[in-house]
Design a protein around this ligand. Structure first.
Ligand code: RB5
Length: 152
């Protein structure tokens, strides 16, 4: 799978653990940075990852900051993105089955690399349930994107 990944200065260490983990499983990675501890702004890395997912250049996106919260807020401003902030395996599976999320956010200051790798693995492997009730709810969220883009 082609996966775009980005992080801020509080998340790049976990990103640099996740990237080789994914490459070892045969995934193709587009790493948009950042790559050092110099202070940066998380939206500057959320945007290129989300753009690649919406355009189809990448099938999924992964975003990491200190808490994952800033990245998830920024990502969910992008029409077409459904980003889940996940720090446990139950949510990693459920958000794929129920929300068909295409971007995953995590916080380097919240979980360790072992848990993060398992979350990523489960999130990538779990298919959308195709359940009609879940699709209907996703469609309602999509309708909100249209509504608020017309009336900001
Ligand atoms: C950076 O200090 C931190 O605020 C950022 O990584 C993130 O946690 C924001 O939500």
């Amino acid at each position: 799978m082609k996966i775009a990944i980005g992080a801020d200065h509080a998340g790049y260490r976990l990103k640099d653990t996740i990237v080789p983990f994914l490459q070892a499983q045969g995934h193709e990675i587009i790493d948009v940075g950042c790559n050092c501890a110099d202070s940066v702004d998380y939206p500057d890395y959320a945007v290129p990852v989300c753009d690649k997912v919406v355009s189809g250049e990448a099938e999924r996106g992964i975003l990491i900051c200190g808490t994952g919260i800033g990245m998830s807020i920024a990502a969910n401003k992008t029409p077409g993105i459904r980003c889940a902030l996940v720090h446990d395996l139950f949510s990693a599976k459920a958000t794929r089955e129920h929300n068909d999320t295409n971007v995953l956010a995590m916080g380097e200051r919240v979980i360790g690399p072992g848990v993060a790798e398992e979350i990523v693995r489960v999130w990538l492997e779990t298919p959308f349930s195709q359940g009609l009730r879940h699709q209907g709810r996703i469609d309602k969220v999509k309708a909100l994107e249209s509504q608020y883009s017309l009336h900001p």
